[in-house]
Design a protein. Sequence first.
Length: 194
Amino acid sequence: MKKGKNFLIKTKKEVVIIGGGKALVDNKLLITESINSKSIIIDRIEYYHHPNGGGLVAETAKVSKTAYIGTNARISGDAIIKNHASIIDNATVSDNAVVRNYAKIRDNAKIKDNAEVSGHAEVSGHAVVCDNACVGKKAVVLGRSVINGTTKLLKNTTTFGSLKSKKITYKKGKKKRKSFKDIIKEAIDIKNKR
């Protein structure tokens, strides 16, 4: 039931209407009506509808006017969408992720953390690109793929599975592995000492 610029929300929890369209449920912001008819607040973050597509963009995100953000798509955090990138369907881009050029993110795909998608790359299905992963050129990520770590997926690559790059680090106090050549030299030295 709507009255003026406030929502009336029926719930078992205590609801307080605080004016300006904000609704609080047990002191946690749950939902709001548009404060200025162009924005809404979700979990204390103001979102506006992108002029090209109407999707939700957080006030903290940077989205180019030439990018397309579909009606059900959401851009949050400090995400950056540049050039003619398209975020459609229920796709989300969050945190410090960057999507640029002519990249397409669609279906229920998620781009998050410090990941980057660029070129003519496409990420779709329930795929996730996260951590410091990079998907570019004409790469395609499909299905329930997870591209993470510092993985770089470029050129005409297509993946249906998960890829993670692992960085090999040595703990303090442990010696680095010896090369085969060094092992042979040590064996010869030991033999000569006998």
